[in-house]
Design a protein around this ligand. Structure first.
Ligand SMILES: [Zn+2]
Length: 252
């Protein structure tokens, strides 16, 4: 996961290397003449303030992105917010000058970006919640973290960890914390990671402090590792390959 790519502001002259969500191979490039931005009303009105500085400028952008893969050429829409930042440049006579440039932060992509690759054997119920999280990642990190937590609940159900107990004919839901405790020994290595995802997701749903993009990326890294180990384990793949080669006593 390229964290800088996902959280740093960009300049339209050099669009970031966002990966195409459809072919997962090409890079998204801003379609010529499609990038537009306008200053927001509150920002325009602030120009009259005696202390006004260009750093106060806030704008809204929209653009189309096209996949660089000739066989794909998928089109993606993006919108978000902009601001200005300054740099010091030196002219040919060594005179320093302050120049302002526009920078933008995406809040939305349609279709949404795939922030990390999900193993193809991952259950559909887990995939659906991760996709929901990817949709919300740029606009609402707390909602995105909450969806990763929900994906973990679904994963535990897929791993046959019971969701409720029945006492006196009444069903009682078991808390996520208790369900983590019920994981069998072969999944014990994931307990702490799942617990961490739970805390990050809880912060998202109960408003305990602000959930940042980095917090969400932390839970993405944890769940990506868990899903890979369960649904696409390297050791299992390599063992199967070795078995095939050895059986044939030659290339598999
Ligand atoms: Zn593509």
């Amino acid at each position: 996961m390229d964290r800088k790519l996902l959280k740093l502001p960009f300049s339209p002259d050099s669009s970031p290397d966002w990966i195409c969500p459809t072919c997962s191979k090409g890079l998204l490039r801003i379609k010529e003449n499609s990038f537009i931005h306008e200053e927001a009303r509150h920002s325009r009105e602030a120009h009259d303030h005696p202390a006004w500085e260009p750093e106060w400028i806030r704008s809204i952008y929209t653009c189309l992105l096209i996949c660089s893969n000739e066989k794909c050429r998928e089109v993606v829409a993006s919108s978000g917010t902009g601001s200005v930042d300054w740099d010091i440049i030196e002219d040919e006579y060594g005179q320093q000058d302050q120049v302002y440039s526009d920078f933008f932060i995406p809040k939305f992509f349609e279709p949404h970006l795939n922030i990390f690759p999900i193993p193809k054997d991952c259950p559909a119920s887990v995939v659906a919640l991760l996709n929901e999280s990817f949709k919300l990642f740029f606009s609402s990190p707390s909602a995105a973290a909450n969806n990763v937590r929900a994906a973990i609940e679904e994963l535990l159900t897929e791993l046959k960890i019971k969701r409720f107990t029945t006492a006196n004919g009444k069903r009682r839901f078991i808390s996520l914390h208790q369900r983590i405790g019920l994981l069998p020994a072969k999944y014990a290595q994931f307990k702490d990671m799942i617990l961490a995802i739970k805390w990050l997701g809880n912060a998202g749903s109960h408003g305990h402090g602000e959930v940042t993009a980095d917090d969400v990326m932390d839970s993405y890294e944890l769940i990506e590792h868990i899903l890979q180990e369960i649904y696409e384990p390297k050791v299992k793949k390599l063992k199967a390959l070795a078995k095939k080669v050895n059986k044939k006593k030659g290339p598999a």
